[in-house]
Design a protein. Structure first.
Length: 391
């Protein structure tokens, strides 16, 4: 059945279809509608779940941690400063291997205060041990959240689905919504082998003394690296059941491409339009879009990008004082490769600065020129900076 849903409504509906048992979240723009919609589902009797109101995002994730440890399917949603306030508990949840699922409506971080979009928030916690998925449109928000519950519970790893605030959270699109019966067949009830039970006392793990801390981190790292294979396996089953297929990355018009764009999230839609215009002019340009960012798919990116002469990494974040996170990780994946493209980093769209197709066509011209010269000029390059503001 098709429904007209904005991104936040799609996220809330996915949680409802997943039959979440405990919801705890604190409202923060542009995520608030997720919480409001779920609260209404519970109040109207459409969803049998505990909705726990709390005083902060730190408390919200703490509630989900406790609920998940007892064996409940737990869900939260947040954005921006809320995700930062959760940061302490993010590490606790992943260290305890609890399959909490989160929807994050990507929003800028302050200061200066911004309620608008970029991906700085989730990329700032990329090392917290959570699987990270990035959706391009509202259909993917719903689908990736259903995938996230199955993936998280099968691997005992928390998972966040990220989508661009306002661009997706507040924009309505036609979304194919599966039936409850179809989702139930794909996502069985959560039944962990270990859980907190007052009738059967269980130690959730010793203090991380030096004798075991290194090994604990190694096992967590190994499990997260293995989540790539887990994602492929779950996505294949999702595709068989629902007819929509997802991969670790998407290759768009990459055949014979000399210039490749690399991007995540809704920015890929604009990039596809720019690629189409270039292809109409006979230019050999393509796009690689990353859905799975953590664990980082280095090997898959090497295969997808190696044939290009030059790669433009487009991202809505900055590791202040250096480069963008996606650029840094991608270049590291090629560090020991004998053959590698020229890489250029473009920072754009911060704080919802508009990114037009024409902007990306200019990026492609820059990339092509520097690729022909075999050198990299200014790096990273900031797209759309107003010189009059700097003066």
């Amino acid at each position: 059945m098709r429904q007209l849903l904005n991104g936040n409504e799609a996220a809330a509906l996915a949680a409802k279809l997943a039959r979440v048992q405990v919801i705890s979240a604190y409202p923060i723009t542009p995520q608030t509608v997720v919480v409001e919609t779920l609260a209404k589902y519970v109040a109207d009797g459409e969803l049998e779940a505990e909705f726990v109101k709390v005083e902060s995002e730190h408390s919200a994730l703490s509630v989900c941690l406790g609920a998940s440890a007892t064996g409940a399917r737990a869900f939260t949603a947040t954005s921006s400063q809320g995700l930062m306030l959760m940061s302490e508990i993010l590490y606790v949840v992943s260290g305890m291997r609890l399959p909490v699922v989160m929807a994050n409506a990507n929003r800028s971080l302050s200061a200066p205060l911004s309620i608008w979009n970029d991906q700085q928030d989730s990329l700032s916690v990329r090392d917290s041990g959570w699987i990270q998925l990035y959706g391009e449109n509202n259909q993917e928000i719903l689908d990736l959240l259903l995938l996230a519950f199955r993936l998280a519970e099968s691997l005992s790893l928390p998972t966040m689905v990220c989508y661009d605030g306002y661009i997706l959270s507040h924009t309505s699109e036609s979304v194919e919504v599966p039936s409850q019966e179809e989702v139930d067949a794909f996502l069985p009830p959560y039944s962990p082998s270990l859980r907190l039970d007052p009738d059967r006392p269980l130690t959730m793990g010793p203090v991380g003394v030096p004798e075991i801390y290194l090994e604990a981190r190694y096992m967590q790292h190994r499990a997260l690296r293995g989540a790539k294979e887990g994602f492929v396996r779950v996505a294949e089953e999702f595709g068989r059941r629902f007819g929509r297929r997802y991969g670790i990355l998407e290759e768009y018009r990459t055949e014979g491409a000399e210039v490749l764009l690399l991007a995540m999230g809704s920015l890929a839609g604009t990039a596809k339009e720019a690629v189409d215009r270039c292809r109409e002019r006979g230019e050999r340009v393509g796009l690689v879009r990353l859905l799975l960012y953590r664990p980082f798919p280095g090997e898959e990116l090497v295969r997808a990008l190696s044939g290009a002469k030059v790669v433009a990494v487009l991202e809505k974040d900055i590791s202040t004082g250096w480069m963008g996170a996606l650029y840094t990780d991608t270049v590291a994946a090629f560090a020991n490769e004998a053959r590698r493209p020229l890489f250029l980093n473009f920072i754009l769209g911060l704080g919802s600065r508009d990114v037009r197709v024409e902007d990306l066509e200019e990026v492609i011209r820059t990339v092509r020129r520097e690729g022909e010269e075999g050198r990299v000029g200014e790096n990273p390059r900031w797209v759309g900076v107003k010189k009059e503001v700097l003066e």
